[in-house]
Design a protein around this ligand. Sequence first.
Ligand code: TGC
Ligand code: FAD
Length: 392
Amino acid sequence: MRPDLFEAPDYYNLDDLLTEEHKLIRDAARAWVKRDVSPIIEQAAQDAKFPKSIIPGLAEIGAFGPYIPEQYGGAGLDQISYGLIMQEIERGDSGVRSTASVQSSLVMYPIWKYGSEEQRNKFLPKLASGEFMGSFGLTEPDHGSNPSGMVTNFKDMGDHYLLNGAKLWISNSPFCDVAVVWAKNEEGCIHGLIVERGMEGFSTPETHNKWSLRASATGELIFQDVKVPKENLLPNKSGLGAPLGCLDSARYGIAWGAIGAAMDCYDTALRYAKERIQFGKPIAAFQLQQKKLAEMITEITKAQLLALRLGQLKNEDRATSAQISMAKRNNVDMAIKIAREARQILGGMGITGEYSIMRHMMNLESVITYEGTHDIHLLITGLDITGENAFK
Ligand code: TGC
Ligand code: FAD
């Protein structure tokens, strides 16, 4: 892959709306991606291997639990800082952002919000430092968009719980040390359980042959009569709202992350268009290419404004789930369209691993599906504005 020459577009001077701390945090993440991610990520994706060597760096830039209080090892930052870190990481690769999203919003968040003080102290500092890596098991082979139908279940055996079932499409599963797993009790109520590697009957086979998120490890979580200690049940929230609350936090991070992927595609295409000569001129001088580039920067700017306003609402604890859905849906759709257009601007070169665009484009095919599909988020907006439930 070519040297990383990324320059971030800021067409509406949005930097003026950030604090000095936001900019410092963002710039540190940006510099780390340039130094430690860009040089290795293409090969990792080609090899379909999660580059574990970047785990300490992710911890160092605060990507594991950015908004988790410092007393538990988190960075204690605000929601805009969290968003900016996700934007910068996904500028490098959506799979790396996935690893950080899962660790922060899907593993640390439920332990922090729904866990006991003992669970927080036992797991959060190790997850923040990257000593432990986590995964989040909600999706099942027969229950993706409709997690309320899950069949993974646990029985109260007196001194422990007995867990049975299987989760599919789980980011980080092949190497996770702990998994936050959602399962039904005997009354059919959903609870979160912390399952630890090494528990008998717990296995995490990897899912191979993905054409997307190749630098992120995806797999299954299989539970065959796993004895889970009672102290591993998350005590402070039950019902489907518990996992969906975690998704709100991760979807918010994705709304920012997708902007990073889009900015990288735009920046690459703009530079290429200025340098590539055809018919005696740079292709940037042709109206058709200018239309593509002008529309890209317009859409990126709109997405940046949406994310920043959502971050302000999150900081004030006023962001609704439906607002988060709108931003996740819009910004991922924006990014995937920009990746496709940017790929065309590079012509044949666009399909090679010399440039990041094709990798972003393939990654975004997962991002538009996970954390609620494009359709599901549209239906969430539809329900919110009409009061009519069109899911069922
Ligand atoms: P519904 O009846 O609407 O809701 C059940 C209960 O949950 C509450 N609720 C929420 N709470 C917090 N946050 C939200 N976003 C919430 N949405 C709903 C709701 O108020 C209710 O509470 P209560 O107290 O009344 O019981 O549930 P439903 O079964 O009709 O489903 C609604 C639907 C379809 C929107 C939901 O199931 C959904 O979002 N489906 C999509 C599933 C999904 O996003 N899965 C993601 C899996 S994790 C993942 O993809 C990780 S990828 C990570 C990476 O690598 O980055
Ligand atoms: P389905 O739910 O079967 O949907 C198939 C199609 O039907 C979609 O187009 C969908 O929009 C549409 N559809 C479904 N219901 C409706 C409806 N009511 N109305 C209209 N259309 C509908 N899950 C986890 O729990 N943890 C993870 O870490 C995780 N990581 C993932 C990583 C990757 C790379 C991928 C691809 C997925 C991951 N997922 C994870 C799972 C992800 O959340 C699901 O793939 C997603 O929720 C969709 O479920 P599904 O794939 O079963 O599709």
